[in-house]
Write a protein that binds this ligand. Structure first.
Ligand code: ADP
Ligand code: MG
Length: 162
C-alpha cells in the first residue's frame, strides 16, 4: 500500500491520531510538507506527530510565526516546525534557516504551506488535507522519493489497520 487518497478523518482527534501514527514511521532526516487551506488541520496533524515522537504532553505545539522555526527537543528525536503562510518573498526564507535544518537531518521537519516555496529537498512526503465538512477532513499523501514512499507505505498500512 503506497497510496493515501482521501483517507477520512471525522474529528480533530482523528486527524491528530493519524499524525501520531505517521510519527511512528519516521526517523531523523525525514521531511514532511503539509498543504491545505487555513483551518484544514495542518497544525493539528503536527501536534499528533509531536505526540507520536513523545514530545511531552505539557509542551504546546502551535503554529510558528513567520520568522521562526519552532523546535521541540523533548521527544525521541527533534521536531522542527515551520509555517510559510506569511512568507511573501523567497529572501525571507533565509531568516528561517530551513536549509541548514534540512541538511543537518537530525530530526523530523514539518512545513505548513510547503506549496508556497520549494523549501524541502527532493525527497519529502507531501500531505494534503482537504476540508470535507465542519468536522470531516480527507488526507492524501504523495512520496517524492524512495524514502518518503517507504514512509507512506508504512503509514498507509498503519491507518488501514485502525
Ligand atoms: P491549519 O494549521 O491547517 O490552519 P489547524 O490545525 O490550526 O489548521 O486548525 C484546524 C481546525 O479545524 C481546528 O479548529 C479543528 O478543531 C477544526 N477541525 C474540525 N474537524 C477537524 C478534523 N477532522 N481534523 C482536523 N481539524 C478539524
Ligand atoms: Mg497551522
Amino acid at each position: 500500500m503506497t497510496e493515501l487518497r482521501g483517507y477520512t478523518c471525522t474529528s480533530p482527534d482523528d486527524t491528530q491520531r493519524a499524525g501520531t501514527a505517521l510519527a511512528r514511521c519516521l526517523r531523523p532526516g525525514d521531511l514532511l510538507g503539509l498543504i491545505g487551506d487555513l483551518g484544514a488541520g495542518k497544525t493539528l496533524m503536527v501536534q499528533g506527530i509531536a505526540r507520536g515522537l513523545a514530545v511531552p504532553p505539557e509542551v504546546r505545539v502551535t503554529s510558528p510565526t513567520f520568522t521562526l522555526v519552532n523546535e521541540y527537543h523533548g521527544g525521541a528525536i527533534p521536531l522542527y516546525h515551520a509555517d510559510l503562510y506569511r512568507i511573501e518573498r523567497a529572501t525571507e526564507l533565509d531568516e528561517l534557516g530551513l536549509d541548514e535544518i534540512c541538511r543537518r537531518a537530525d530530526g523530523v521537519v514539518c512545513v505548513e504551506w510547503c506549496d508556497r516555496f520549494p523549501v524541502l529537498g527532493r525527497d519529502y512526503l507531501e500531505i494534503r488535507i482537504d476540508v470535507a465538512g465542519a468536522s470531516e477532513r480527507r488526507l492524501s499523501a504523495t512520496g517524492h522519493g524512495a524514502r518518503s514512499r517507504a514512509v507512506l507505505a508504512d503509514w498507509a498500512g498503519a491507518l488501514q489497520k485502525k
